[in-house]
Write a protein that binds this ligand. Sequence first.
Ligand code: PXG
Length: 459
Amino acid sequence: MQKQRTTSQWRELDAAHHLHPFTDTASLNQQGARVMTRGEGVYLWDSDGNKIIDGMAGLWCVNVGYGRHDFAEAARRQMEELPFYNTFFKTTHPAVVELSSLLAEVTPAGFERVFYTNSGSESVDTMIRMVRRYWDVKGKPQKKTLIGRWNGYHGSTIGGASLGGMKYMHEQGDLPIPGMAHIEQPWWYKHGKDMTPDEFGLVAARWLEEKILEIGADKVAAFVGEPIQGAGGVIIPPATYWPEIERICRKHDVLLVADEVICGFGRTGEWFGHQQLGFQPDIFTTAKGLSSGYLPIGAVFIGQRVAEGLIEGGDFNHGFTYSGHPVCAAVAHANVTALRDEGIVQRVKDDIGPYMQQRWRETFSRFEHVDDVRGVGLIQAFTLVKNKATRELFSDFGEVGTLCRDIFFRNNLIMRACGDHIVSAPPLVISRSEVDEMLAVASRCLEEFEQTIKARGLV
Ligand SMILES: Cc1ncc(COP(=O)(O)O)c(CNc2cccc(C(=O)O)c2)c1O
């Protein structure tokens, strides 16, 4: 059991010894971190006993919800049997074999091969090396450049952060590394002007063809994108976007990669986001929902064309000590089995996803400074705007988003501000009554938010 301390004691030790990710530590330590101590279903409790609705499933990852004691039992059994062995040097173990076999059942046809990592970032870096290796084996070693999107997010390793389009990350650590290029994101609300979404989807996709021709198709290895950009603010492309992206990739013989770290494992109502958005990648990267965050594990799913190329090339000189870790694999197996056999993914598609999307639109469309209310499955968002009629955004993009997020948090509701996009991705097991509870709190918070921005003269 954890040592019992008071909130201030935990905060004091945390402030003295812990450097948090993506955090201004001095600023955090002025107010102190919120100490989360327990989770159950869609709820968290903090060290002061506050019950919190987790509208973000941790970090987009706790798909089955908190409190799965069967997962703890699966981890205990495996840990007592074989706590670790590696999958290098001609060895394997039952846990990773069973997981690999199960994953071949739930992934779309043609994805029979899986490579394991410890995180989404490692999955992305693995993909980068696979893609470049594939073109080497195919006798086209000059096909090295990977194209991503501005405001896309592909992790925090040097490769993932370079492929991502978060400029505030590039400024730290001399990124992007060579061989990375970016095109604008398919954000109709900002870039669509007078075009219909369907018209804009084709225009945005053709930015890829322009970039390929600018670089030279003989130098472009792959295009990489999240089916729906998550950390970029739940940017859902028009229906015409991804099929056109796929057509352009096939035309110029550029590999197509889906980064499914957020969209994967039921988030959109399909097992994988590319199935929902209507395209077929050559490779896709995952993590998060693979284990519902209970233990760190990622996986790269390789389509037949690339798998055959990698196998043809002999030794693929890449991997991690914990690739296919037995305890992580056992928990991921329990998780994927639950997602499938408890009908959790199917229910997102057939029931709770449509319910959430209807209630989300009903709740937020009425607000004066909320627009582009959107979502599919159990990933949804809206954008805080200065003027709905003219689609005018706030000039300091992010200022009011943080203000709104803090009002939610003060009211024991977790939703995420990505700039001035407010986003939500709750555990997939959320009930209809819990959706109603979450949106009732959020609605009251939005009323307070609109009063606040008026009082501060921001509108
Ligand atoms: C699409 C995508 N690809 C890769 C990663 C990296 O995964 P790891 O973190 O496991 O290395 C991610 C992660 N996405 C992520 C991670 C942390 C915070 C937030 C946020 O929205 O605040 C989002 C992601 O969303």
